[in-house]
Write a protein that binds this ligand. Structure first.
Ligand code: ZN
Length: 107
């Protein structure tokens, strides 16, 4: 995968390449380039979710990914979350042990 990162065409990147927003967009695209297809759509899906309303549209512009691809990644993430929730409920009680243990460190 040696191609150059996707160049965002948003107003910030076109007008002020040194701005914090333009830098952030370049970082996102550098990272996106290193991911495989599944990781890419899920990562961008997460960013779109964080961006809130209009996030998918915005991330499509920044990364060049199709809106449907980003929406799919978001859906996969949400499904994975729901799955994790089911597993946690099944294995109840483990959290108590961790709370009692002094050596438990969340980092
Ligand atoms: Zn941009």
């Amino acid at each position: 995968m040696n191609q150059a990162p996707y160049q965002c065409q948003c107003i910030d990147c076109r007008s002020e390449l040194a701005s914090a927003i333009a830098q952030e967009h370049r970082m996102i695209n550098q990272l996106v380039r290193m991911l495989n297809e599944k990781q890419r759509r899920q990562f961008v899906g997460l960013l779109a979710k964080q961006a809130g309303y209009g996030g998918i549209q915005r991330m499509a512009q920044i990364t060049g990914l199709h809106r449907a691809t980003i929406a799919r990644g978001q859906g996969e993430l949400e499904e994975a979350q729901a799955e994790e929730g089911r597993i946690r409920r099944q294995g109840g009680g483990r959290q108590l042990i961790e709370k009692k243990s002094r050596s438990y460190c969340p980092s």
